[in-house]
Write a protein that binds this ligand. Structure first.
Ligand SMILES: *Cc1c(COP(=O)(O)O)cnc(C)c1O
Length: 418
């Protein structure tokens, strides 16, 4: 086999240098953005494989191009493994991203103008949940629910009132910045009352459901679950639509030919690889540890007087209100932590009085750090670094020293695949 990386180094030193720079950045910093992760070495190998050369429009056994002997094999493996891992009747593994998978569901199961209930962006929902700036927000009539100001959890009474008043065709739950679990039984009861379909966008926590550490919406009778494959699931960048047999043909037609042309077969093959990993005892342990680490980090931050939205976490992430805790807006806090090689992201909080590029908080998550093998005592250390740096954000000497400590700490935790 030719040494592909050596060829890149020789023939395109500019891109090779950027690639090496990113490798070094990932090695020498602590990744706390909750939507990011380190994928498996086998996934990296599969993504860079000859499957990237192949056009495979259609589905296994029904393709529009020849030469599908091996692509059919890997896509069938990916679908069967997805069904086993998530205990569902049908899986479409072709969506090119999380956004595409959600669009495919809306467009395949509903008509433009239909009403969808989903979580408001500032309260934890995703852009694709009908944010006014998204195309889906313009095409469908989204009714947005919010969290209860008393405890920060979803206000299920309001969800029910709005459902009865607006008669949605689809009730969607799932989030991108909400630190609690979902009451699926409550959502299902509300949807049944108004005759709506139920959907969970599990993009953030799909890996935690797969690993058995969080509830599976299918156990509560949900119709559709979507999930990205690159967040807590630790696979390639992509999306999946999981659903009942009854919806299978509508979903498949919506993904292809409705929304997409040829699937990225290197990603489909890598999803198959990921879903075999997801069935291992090791992955179950990983999913548990992600939650344990989040609880430990949240406690460490709160013990040091940081304010967390909802007062803690039940999942893999937390939202820190930095304005009240440290007198820094989210952008400033993100920048201070960047200086010490701790990567987080600025985050709007419920009904944020500040604009999205200067919001009131940051979002922190544990999937990536846990993938490197960090455990509870490491979270304690992380919590101390985070609070000390945010409290002393002008102290360049302290930031410099912390950065050196973070770098040497990172040396103890190899990045998978590098
Ligand atoms: C990340 C995410 C998406 C979108 O995924 P992309 O691959 O970035 O398009 C959709 N929904 C939720 C809840 C997400 O967190």
């Amino acid at each position: 086999m030719p040494d592909n990386l050596a060829m890149l180094e020789q023939n395109d030193p500019a891109v090779f240098a950027a690639l090496k720079g990113e490798e070094q950045r990932q090695r020498s910093g602590i990744e706390l953005i909750p939507s990011e992760n380190y994928t498996f070495p086998e996934v990296l190998a599969t993504l860079g494989s000859v499957f990237t050369n192949k056009y495979s429009e259609g589905y296994p056994g029904r393709r529009y191009y020849g030469g599908q002997e091996f692509t059919d094999e890997v896509e069938t493996l990916a679908r069967e493994r997805a069904k086993a891992v998530f205990r569902c009747e049908h899986a479409n593994v072709q969506p090119l991203s999380g956004s595409a998978m959600n669009q495919a569901v809306y467009l395949g199961l509903l008509k433009p103008g239909d009403t969808i209930m989903a979580m408001d962006l500032s309260h934890g929902g995703h852009l694709t949940h009908g944010a006014p700036v998204s195309h889906m927000g313009k095409l469908f009539n989204f009714v947005r629910y919010v969290t209860d100001p008393r405890d920060g959890s979803i206000d299920y009474d309001q969800v029910r009132r709005d459902a009865l008043a607006n008669k949605p065709k689809l009730v969607l739950c799932g989030y991108t910045s909400y630190p609690r679990d979902i009451d699926y039984a409550a959502f299902k009861a509300i949807a049944d009352e108004v005759g709506a379909l139920t959907m969970t966008d599990a993009s953030h926590f799909g890996g935690l459901v797969a690993g058995g550490a969080m509830n599976n919406p299918f156990d509560f009778g949900f119709d559709v679950v979507t999930t990205t494959t690159h967040k807590s699931l630790r696979g390639p960048r992509g999306g999946m639509v999981l659903c009942s047999k009854a919806l299978a043909s509508k979903v498949d037609k919506s993904v292809f030919p409705g929304l997409q042309g040829g699937p990225h077969m290197n990603a489909v093959a890598a999803i198959a690889v990921t879903l075999l990993k997801a069935q291992s005892e090791e992955f179950k342990g990983y999913a548990k540890q992600v939650l344990l680490n989040a609880k430990t980090l949240a406690k460490s931050l709160m013990d040091q007087q940081a304010t967390l939205i909802t007062g803690g976490t039940d999942n893999h992430m937390m939202v820190v209100e930095t304005t009240s805790s440290f007198g820094l807006d989210g952008r400033q806090a993100e920048e201070v932590l960047d200086k010490v090689n701790i990567t987080t992201n600025k985050q709007i909080i419920p009904d944020d009085p500040n604009p999205p590029l200067r919001p009131s908080g940051i979002r922190i998550g544990t999937p990536a750090a846990t993938a490197r093998g960090m455990a509870e005592s490491d979270m304690q250390q992380l919590g101390e670094w985070i609070v000390t740096c945010l409290q002393n954000s002008e102290d360049e000497g302290l930031l410099h020293d912390t950065r050196e400590s973070v770098k040497s700490f990172c040396g103890r935790f190899p990045v998978p695949g590098i």
